[in-house]
Design a protein around this ligand. Sequence first.
Ligand code: C5P
Length: 224
Amino acid sequence: GDVAVLVPAAGAGVRLGPGRPKALRLLAGEPLLVHAVRRLAAAPSVHTIVVAAPVADVEAVRDLLAPVAPVSVVPGGAHRQASVAAALAAVPAGPEIVLVHDAARALTPAELIESVAAAVRAGADAVIPVLPVVDTVKEVDSEERVLGTVDRSALRAVQTPQGFRRAVLAAAHAGAGDPLTDDAGLVEKQGVPVRCVPGSEYALKITRPFDLTLAEHLLAADGV
Ligand code: C5P
């Protein structure tokens, strides 16, 4: 394997309701993070996995993942971007392709991990998995008045893993300003072209209680 994967897993998961940090919420009896790491470890390209855990849970996450796969666990930061930066700093010399993957996308298939890595290997500096947007999308003001309808044919919903040539991601984080919700956004700000590959519906981000229910059904029905 020539790939390191950074897993930001330090979020609280407020939108999922009260309880444990999101990455440690249970899906079919196992934490989301365990599901995510197991699928990463099953991807042949993956050599190194670094998880950014909630500061209070670093030891517990180490114990949790030890039987699943060899991983490094570091304390996360105040926002996602800081957690990714902390994980990136812990990647040893070697891997020249770095993927960033949300723990909340617990059912992401190994095939998607491989296809993102392959696109970077083939020469892209930055690669994101995307899906078409199925709903009509409106722009609104602060009072929920419609300002206009966006042309959805030109829109894509963006997933993880996002893949980068290592030096490109390092430069983007070194020059980062205000926190963004994804890493490709930082790379775009540096003027680096970002390529899209087809995403997977199984890579949904488990954010709200409905998503957790959906993921439980997918696990049971589709054996993902
Ligand atoms: O909040 P959101 O759903 O965008 O979080 C996406 C991912 O970023 C989750 O896997 C979450 O655990 C992670 N995160 C993090 N550190 C934070 C906030 C979020 O690693 N401080």
